[in-house]
Design a protein around this ligand. Structure first.
Ligand code: C2O
Length: 571
């Protein structure tokens, strides 16, 4: 009742209260859709092994959540697995619903085995390809699925309506207990083994052992146009995607429309989604759809077998060999840049912040800390007999034991500090130098340090890659917002020479910061809550490449985070 009343009051008094933005409305949603998620262990046969993996509803990938713009989603998550769990709704802006965002120890404590928690949020002015995933430990390796939001009834896509659409989720699969693997890797101080396979919709495809029939396939009607909703849910690897002999036309990135851009291949970092149109305009045959790694770091170990699915015309001989897709070389930075250069917002964006109230300069990169363990053989398997870490502004984020949001909301003082620095302590040659005064000192500090931001601040964040250990393209994801990617480039950011696009920048939630380079993003901090910003490589997240932005409440109930839900898990 009350929100309606408020709307009426706004209509009546809108002119006399010009400071009260008339567009604002309580995000209550039009249609409500209910889903039931049971997190559980499921036995699967893959890559010549039988394994227990964690799934939602015994499905891998998990169930697709469908909605329409403006709908309210109510998803009851029951944890029947032996591990702590949470679910994050990646890309959903969670307007006034930060409690339901999902990152463990940031907005909630985990749902412990046997407990449940009901997520409730509204798709306010959002439509497109999203996904959901576990946000605790490395459970995302198998706990993920698509979240597809259609435009409102009667609102068309800004491109010809496709004949069919298909969801293509890229993943990385390990034939071992993933929660244990994370623990072992962190305890070792070293790096994890590469994934056993890349997967397309959970299938490794015929290049892998015992996987000839563990392959995904799309059947095509010749001449028709298909919409592929590409999602990279992988843990630690960025991937190229290409289809043999077919062009891809990007029409949406991170659930926001883009100007159509046609290319032979795309690259998706973990956390990124792309909608592409593909026309089945080639001779009748079976073609490969393939994903293969984009490795921008030096000396990285990785799985080098590509994962293949079939793009098969009706009438093709089912047993015929599939024409191979041409993927770029693993370190083809130019292929990545070319696609990035092609991403432009569909329309001219009037709400790109032209003026900035606050700038955050965040260095992102890896560290090697000095061994502090009495048993270095076991715990210091990183480079130079140290322990691997990662950081923002040379601070490794340590997850607290009570969620930052709950601590902040209740005024607890012991679990985080509000002193995350708005810039690195020292400016130096980030790409070619090292952060500390001694040239080879690659140590990071530790802390649960957060950045507090006033409601309504127009924020610019400069993300600067460092070469402390190795330069690398990091997929940086911000919760609670989409941001305009107004610029990016190679080398150290220089405000004098940086070229910014304030006209039609893409509006994204995850940005692959160029290897040895920088990216500039802008948004208006008008959604109160605690919002995690982190590298979407789970390995780097575990190593501390993260921080949290605390956006304060504004004025009145339309700018204030409500009370926590009664079933919020306790720590
Ligand atoms: Cu998709 Cu914090 O993550």
């Amino acid at each position: 009742m009350f929100p309606r009343l408020a709307t009426w009051l706004l209509i009546w008094f809108g002119i006399t209260f010009p400071a009260y933005p008339a567009a604002k409305q309580w995000p209550q949603g039009t249609t409500t859709r209910f889903y039931d998620f049971k997190i559980q262990t499921t036995r699967v046969n893959k890559l010549c092994n039988s394994n227990e993996i964690v799934t939602v509803n015994n499905m891998f990938p998990g169930p697709v959540v469908y909605a329409q713009e403006g709908d309210r989603l109510i998803i009851k998550v029951t944890n029947l697995s032996p591990y702590n769990a949470t679910i994050h709704w990646h890309g959903v802006r969670q307007i006034l619903s930060c409690w339901f965002d999902g990152p463990s120890y940031i907005t909630q404590c985990p749902i412990t085995p046997g407990q449940s928690f009901t997520y409730e949020f509204t798709m306010v002015k959002q439509r497109g390809t999203f996904f959901w995933h576990a946000h605790v430990s490395w459970l995302r390796a198998t706990v993920y699925g698509a979240l597809i939001v259609y435009p409102k009834a009667g609102v068309p896509y800004p491109f010809p309506f496709p004949y069919e659409e298909h969801i293509i989720i890229l993943g990385e699969y390990w034939s071992q207990d993933i929660v244990q693997l994370e623990r072992q890797v962190i305890a070792s101080g070293g790096v994890p083994p590469p994934a056993n396979a890349y997967t397309i919709n959970g299938h490794p495809g015929p290049n892998y052992n015992c996987s000839t029939n563990d392959v995904y396939k799309i059947d095509l009607v010749p001449g028709k146009t298909y919409l592929l909703r590409l999602i990279n849910a992988g843990l630690n690897t960025e991937n190229f995607f290409a289809i043999a002999n077919h062009k891809l036309t990007i029409v949406e990135a991170d659930a926001e429309y883009t100007k159509p851009f046609t290319t032979d291949r795309v690259m998706l970092g973990p956390g990124q989604t792309l909608n592409v149109l593909v026309k089945a305009d080639q001779p009748i045959a079976r073609y490969s759809m393939a994903i293969g790694p984009y490795i921008s770091a030096r000396n990285a170990q990785f799985q080098n077998i590509t994962s293949v699915a079939y793009f098969q015309y009706s009438g093709a001989v089912p047993s015929s060999l599939s024409l191979p897709a041409r993927l770029p070389n693993i370190n083809d930075n130019l292929a990545v840049k070319t696609v990035m250069d092609g991403l432009k917002g569909l329309n001219t964006k009037d709400d790109v912040p032209k003026e900035i109230d606050a700038t955050l300069f965040l260095t992102i990169g890896l560290n090697v800390n000095k061994c502090r363990s009495p048993t270095p053989q076991q715990n210091c398997q990183g480079m130079n007999n140290g322990t691997m870490a990662a950081s923002m502004n040379n601070i490794s984020f340590i997850k607290p034991t009570v969620s930052v949001l709950e601590s902040y909301y209740k005024g607890f003082e012991d679990y985080f500090t509000p002193d995350f620095p708005a810039a690195p302590l020292r400016f130096y040659d980030f790409v070619n130098g090292a952060p500390n005064s001694a040239p080879n000192d690659t140590n990071a500090m530790n802390g649960t340090r957060t950045k507090v931001i006033e409601y309504g601040t127009r924020v610019q964040i400069i993300l600067q890659d460092t070469g402390t250990v190795t330069t690398e393209n990091h997929p940086i994801h911000l919760h609670g917002y989409s941001f305009y990617v107004v610029g990016y480039g190679s080398g150290n950011y220089n405000p004098q020479t940086a070229n910014l696009n304030l006209v039609d920048p893409p509006y994204m939630n995850t940005i692959g910061v160029p290897v040895g380079g920088w990216a500039a993003i802008r948004f208006k901090a008008d959604n109160p809550g605690v919002w995690f910003i982190h590298c979407h490589f789970d390995l780097h997240q575990s190593w501390g490449l993260a921080t949290a932005l605390i956006v304060k409440n504004g004025v009145g109930h339309l700018e204030t985070l409500p009370h926590p839900p009664a079933d919020l898990p306790r720590c």
